[in-house]
Design a protein around this ligand. Sequence first.
Ligand code: ADP
Ligand code: ASP
Ligand code: MG
Length: 603
Amino acid sequence: MSLIVQKFGGTSVGSVERIQTVAQRIYKTVQAGNQVVVVVSAMGKTTDSLVGLAQEITSTPSKREMDMLLSTGEQVSIALMSMALQELGQPAISLTGAQVGIMTETAHSRARILQIKTERLQRHLQEGKVIVVAGFQGIGEGEDLEITTLGRGGSDTSAVALAAALQAKQCEIYTDVPGILTTDPRLVPEARLMTEITADEMLELASLGAKVLHPRAVEIARNYGIPLVVLSSWTDDPGTRVISPMPKPRSLDNLEIAKAVDAVELDGDQAKVALLRVPDRPGIAARLFGEIARHEVDVDLIIQSIHEGNSNDIAFTVVKEVLNHAEAVAEAIAPALRLDSSPSSNEAEVLVERNIAKIAIAGAGMIGRPGIAATMFATLADAGVNIDMISTSEVKVSCTIAKEDCDRAIQALCNTFGIESSPLHLPSHTQIENSPPVRGVALDRSQAQLGIRHVPDHPGMAAKIFTLLADQGISVDMIIQSQRCRIINGTPTRDIACTVAQADITTARSTLENLVAQWGMSEVLVNTAVAKVSVVGAGMIGHPGVAAKMFAALADHSINIHMITTSEIKISCIVPEEDGVTALQAIHKAFNLAGQEQVKVPV
Ligand code: ADP
Ligand code: ASP
Ligand code: MG
């Protein structure tokens, strides 16, 4: 007999009829000879309504009381689901997170799961019962039995964690769409269903705003090798499989608190090309990278930070072998990149750096954990290593540094993050055969852009900035340190930009304004009217032209790019907020991701 964990989201249990339909499905799974543990969310929009009630009383509710309030939603749906099963003649029992023994940190509203007790679950399974567990909630460590929640959308995480703890054969996430699609069907109705996606790709998409799966659920599935499938609550179609490589055996203690950083990566075979003072207008990145792609030159990191006046700097890295070629292409196009049409206007300047290395820390554990990037920057500063460029994704922070600093940097990072220093490895990504370069695209409208102009360029500055933000509990998303170096009052300076959740922008701004006041020459800039569009695909590694195509799609719609960051399997652009949806649709189309028919999303 196999054990299966089935999770049903809010829409799937949104009414009594839907609960009864879902109960039939669970009953069938049991009849087919399986043991079933069910996880449910609160009915429909219950959680949102509860948030609304709290907001009517206070705009700053205590996190503890919010957990007390929000955890009630799931308690309703577990009881009703259990009754519906019993009505079908299926023995069932509902349990809250506390009753199961889902032990979490005490951090209210964003607790991570430490451990799941399985004794009671095993007992009820032996009795032939279906167990219906409340998703999204747990119980804090310690004597006080504090109710905690895992963060919005956290029922997916409850389900996969239960599957890991019970060593289930499979975890099935039932939802209101047919599976994982190339993008959000509410924004692009012709989004196509995928049959498979790698956990690495899904992790990037989920943390970029594809809310069909909670990123922490993907992380647990990947860490423990749990077969995970996302499918529709209304049909019998097979849905989408999330493919994880065989993981190393891992303890079930500290289930979600596994190391924040899994690997320190080094790539010593990189060189940098930067174009300084290119015009800040739609189409420039497209033109540059279009030309580079036409010459079949594969670029790795691409960085464009906040613009200054009417110009931008764009930098990218390539493997050393193709540096001369890349430089020649950049030199050839530079004269065409003038700030205005007059021939006297300065053309873009090309700058090449041969002796650089790329180092990165990688790990899904850094999502939602402020301070990991700051720790990296502080470690490098303590080792006397100056950071040249910075580019981040949700699960990776990459920096370029001087080649001669490599050994010291790696040693220091391995010590700090508890990583065995040898063998050092290049990033590895699971590939599904014949992977398209881009598997999915996502839009995140919840971020705001924060720039600090003229940060003194010496070791420790990035560390200072991001430690201060982390101390305020602010998670930073994209971080970019630009190419432009300005001498102000005799001090070389650089600009640093990042994005943070819109909800955190006021605190972030005042924190940084206090800091830069000490430097005298710096300035904090905020833009909340931005959106982030990203493309994700393990197939883009070694596939020239992906960035060019993305930038061209934006240029065709006259959409200006404020910032660019990349990782090996992702490219993200910050664009004006009002262009977000158009940008998503244009990119989806450019990569031919549309399916045959439109996806119907229930209201
Ligand atoms: P549930 O209540 O079942 O947990 P959610 O609302 O949390 O459901 O997640 C499902 C929703 O995620 C879909 O209705 C869809 O609008 C949205 N979504 C965003 N990106 C994607 C994507 N790439 N594939 C599928 N759904 C997506
Ligand atoms: N009910 C919770 C929420 O709406 C958890 C979940 O649905 O996953 O965020
Ligand atoms: Mg959800």
